[in-house]
Design a protein around this ligand. Structure first.
Ligand code: PLP
Length: 356
């Protein structure tokens, strides 16, 4: 079965098999990882290895903290302004789709949130039109808009401002120069693990500056000083993330992962282009997502339901587009095999031939 879910998404089969083998008796300990003390030797080892492997994968500089938090990426929308800005401070926000719109709406509650630029859900506004404020505490953007399928292809140039990025849906899908960022965050449930853990990579000098009324659990310092073990961490989810990091390193690291993702996305975008308008992806080719490929059948939207149903019969599932935009969406995260994308492209061609 090929699962095109936008998340929670598929994990590599090898990872699921390893987790299965260890489920009841982790490496002869007699316990499941779910049953271990998070302060015990075994789990501390699992957590340390997960962090070490993520550091290797993304080449994270030593002056950055890696945090494994809860509350989903959505909690970061308020945690970021609470830590980096006071109520009278300006925060800069670039909006390119639904998720970055949610981010600015939350930032407005805790700061003077400036809208730097607003995209049309199909493209990224030209940097020359951006209204960056001189005194913003940070600039936030979403590297990959999961719903619209709009992805930045380079790091936005914001001068010497602190750059903050939501990488929930393209985390570890490509190499990233972490040193260009103040903070990167990602909900794990697309490319790295089960839902329930949010990964935050934050430059050390930015930690410890939360406003005085920031709740303890929302203060990065709380988690940074306690190695993400201030309270019970999402142990099992962290363990699975660790398996995924190890798996990606074995696959050759993020250069290899990225090359594979480029190849997969090209097959789908080529299939859309080759349909001569039967299928449409509205996104500017310069910022088409490698992870989430939304498409419609503009001449006859009624056919979209049939498309989704027939694909399901052929074991291609969760192709329905997000409820806010309709149509179809093929999410092709790291764990989607090349075969899945080829099978979908072939089906698209057949479906068109039967329905023109
Ligand atoms: N940001 C992006 C880009 C997302 O795709 C999502 C979820 O799909 C979120 C944030 C919210 O993540 P969570 O459900 O972990 O709060």
């Amino acid at each position: 079965l090929f699962n095109f879910s936008a998340g929670p998404a598929v994990l590599p089969l090898e990872v699921l098999q390893e987790a299965q083998a260890d489920l009841i008796n982790y490496k002869g300990t007699g316990m499941s990882v779910m049953e271990m003390s998070h302060r015990g030797k075994e789990f501390m080892g699992i957590a340390a290895k997960a962090e070490e492997d993520l550091r290797k994968l993304l080449n994270i500089p030593s002056n950055y903290k890696v945090l494994f938090l809860q509350g989903g990426a959505s909690t970061q929308f308020s945690m970021i302004p609470l830590n980096f800005a006071g109520p009278e401070d300006t925060t800069d926000n670039i909006v390119t789709g639904s998720w970055s719109k949610k981010t600015i709406d939350e930032a407005k509650k805790f700061s003077k949130a400036n809208l730097v630029a607003k995209g049309d859900n199909k493209s990224i506004p030209a940097p020359s039109t951006w209204n960056l404020s001189p005194d913003a505490k940070y600039v936030h953007y979403c590297d990959n808009e999961t719903i619209q399928g709009v992805e930045f292809k380079s790091v936005p140039d914001v001068g010497n401002k602190v750059l903050v990025s939501d990488m929930s849906s393209n985390f570890v899908s490509k190499p990233v120069d972490v040193s260009k960022y103040g903070l990167i965050y990602a909900g794990a449930q697309k490319n790295v693990g089960p839902a329930g853990v949010t990964i935050v990579i934050v430059r050390e000098d930015l930690v410890g500056k939360a406003r005085p009324d920031c709740p303890t659990m929302l203060d990065y310092k709380t988690h940074a000083e306690n190695e993400s073990m201030y309270n019970t961490p999402p142990c099992y989810a962290m363990y699975v993330c660790g398996l995924v990091f190890e798996h990606l390193l074995k696959k050759g690291g993020l250069e290899a992962v990225y090359a594979n993702n480029v190849e997969k996305a090209k097959i789908l975008y080529d299939a859309i282009e080759a349909s001569n308008g039967f299928y449409n992806n509205p996104v500017d080719p310069a910022c088409r997502s490698l992870m989430n490929v939304p498409f419609t059948i503009p001449s006859n939207p009624e056919l979209e339901k049939a498309f989704i149903k027939e694909a399901e019969k052929l074991n291609m599932v969760q192709l329905k587009g997000h409820r806010s935009v309709g149509g179809m969406r093929a999410s092709i995260y790291n764990a989607m095999p090349l075969d899945g994308v080829k099978t979908l492209a072939a089906f698209m061609k057949d479906f068109q031939a039967k329905n023109v």
